[in-house]
Write a protein that binds this ligand. Structure first.
Ligand code: NAI
Length: 468
């Protein structure tokens, strides 16, 4: 039977695209090579890491954070096996949820490796080697990304001693010393998990700042907060070798500016130096699908590759490697395939780092506005002046609003603080509608909430905050 759409890969991009396509009446199938649906995000990425981030934060708070609230408790003991079981149960309920949604929307599912044969034809090879060819009007490549490794360095990631995020969420004991290569999102989130559970964590980062690309002020404060939490940072440091020893591993790094190399002994090395598009064994060459100079599937503004009828979305194409960006592309593409006008606003894609406190951003950073020569104004408000934050002892951090100097249109919002990942969305909605800092500052915010700091930062942008 011929399909309207076959989606290869069931991560957040692929599964959302398939569901939306089916909802719009297209005969849809998915192909997945993992035994469970949901891709990296649900199986070994966003979801399990959040289960561990939450559980480890609870452990840390019980060990350190309750006395001042008048809650006196015995020092907690860690049952890592149980914590991992919580993580596994969280993954299971999410991947089962995707299976349920596929059934509900009458989407055919094929477990096996999908390969392009040509426009209109996809083969699926099961683990036992059986191959079948499926026919379809449209093919969507949503195969995601894979660990990139350290540029220019040969590293044997065994997922036991030298781990990627995959092994980093499945350790069977708390390492004495964990060396994290890369101070990006994965390094800081998983570094936080193991530091909270008792590991000494050293983060070695090539750039002079952590979370390169983030607003500079936020990144500096974030660095200070994480250092206060006990993470040790070696910035401006290039890792040149990671070698396994008899026990553990050795990490060699040298100052980027030049100078002597340092060697660190580690029980576990977490390699978190980025991800690369996953295009292996997909039959792209055979089908004539072009890649760009960074190995990503090249697409036009409607997600179509150079071969008509073959489309691609998510981590395998240009843009930030974020689950929600892939989801929105999946929805837009399904709409386009059903004859509607699908669209993604790439200027309003929030980014969140799920540490404690969280860091969240949407739109431009101050550095980007400066570089683009845009005349802007800034309003800031610290959580130390927010009543709810004081009541919760969550006063670390601030909100920063950037708006066009002439029109007052909000161009970027940056938050570091408890719950930043949820608060950022009022800024995203505002920006989606082209709102101004005055619009945001004049919107009634419930009291007492952390979100009042967003309103106050907006007030500070167009006039003056009340509570400062
Ligand atoms: P990343 O690109 O965020 O960070 C990698 C870091 O490694 C960079 O800061 C880079 O300067 C550094 N680096 C590279 N080579 C190095 C060397 N030789 N020595 C020292 N440092 C070196 O990559 P990451 O953290 O691996 O994440 C991969 C992708 O997954 C990202 O695109 C990220 O957005 C996404 N992700 C998003 C999450 C979220 O939204 N909360 C959570 C986890 C991952």
């Amino acid at each position: 039977m011929a399909y309207d759409v076959i989606v290869i890969g069931t991560g957040p991009g692929g599964y959302v695209c398939a569901i939306k396509a089916a909802q719009l009446g297209l005969k849809t199938a998915v192909i997945e090579k993992r035994a469970t649906f949901g891709g990296t995000c649900l199986n070994i990425g966003c979801i399990p890491s959040k289960a561990l981030l939450h559980a480890s934060e609870m452990f840390h708070q019980a060990a350190h954070g309750m006395d001042a609230l008048g809650v006196e408790i015995q020092a907690p003991t860690l049952n890592l096996e149980k914590m991992m079981a919580h993580k596994d149960a969280t993954v299971k309920s999410n991947v089962d949820g995707v299976s349920y949604l596929f059934k509900k929307n009458k989407i055919d599912t094929f477990i096996g490796t999908g390969k392009l044969v040509s426009a209109g034809k996809v083969s699926v090879t099961s683990d036992s080697g059986e191959e079948q060819v499926l026919e379809t009007k449209n093919i969507v490549i949503a195969t995601g990304s894979d660990v990139a490794g350290i540029p220019g360095v040969t590293v044997d990631i065994d997922e036991k001693v030298i781990v990627s995020s995959t092994g980093g969420i499945a350790l069977d004991k708390v390492p004495g010393h964990m060396v994290v290569v890369g101070g990006g999102v994965i390094g800081l989130e998983l570094g936080s998990v193991w530091a909270r559970l008792g590991a000494k964590v050293t983060v070695v980062e090539y750039l002079d700042t952590i979370l390169g690309g983030m607003d500079g002020e936020v990144s500096k404060q974030f660095h200070r907060i994480l250092a206060k939490q006990g993470l040790d940072f070696k910035l401006g440091a290039k890792v040149t070798a990671v070698e396994k020893g008899e026990a553990g591993a050795k990490v060699t790094f040298e100052p980027v500016k030049g100078g002597e190399a340092t060697v660190l002994d580690a029980d576990i090395v977490l390699v978190a130096t980025g991800r690369k598009p996953y295009t292996a064994n997909l039959g792209l060459t055979e089908a004539g699908v072009a890649l760009d100079n960074r190995g990503r599937v090249e697409i036009d503004n409607h997600f179509q590759t150079n071969v008509p009828g073959i489309y691609a979305i998510g981590d395998v194409v240009r843009g930030p490697m974020l689950a929600h960006k892939a989801e929105d592309e999946g929805v837009a593409l399904a709409e386009i395939l059903s004859g509607q006008a699908g669209h993604v606003n790439y200027d309003v894609i929030p980014g969140v780092v799920y540490t404690q406190p969280e860091v969240a951003a949407v739109g431009k950073t101050e550095e980007e506005l400066k570089a683009a020569g845009v005349a802007y104004k800034v309003g800031k408000f610290p959580f130390s002046a927010n009543g709810r934050a004081r009541a919760m002892l969550a006063t670390d951090g601030f909100v920063k609003v950037l708006a066009d100097k002439d029109t007052d249109r909000v161009l970027g919002v940056h938050i570091i603080g408890f719950g930043a990942g949820d608060m950022i969305h009022e800024a995203a909605v505002l920006m989606e509608f082209g709102g101004s800092s005055e619009d945001l500052g004049r919107t009634c915010h419930a009291h007492p909430t952390m979100s009042e700091a967003v309103k106050e930062a907006a007030l500070a942008t167009f006039f003056k905050p009340i509570h400062m």
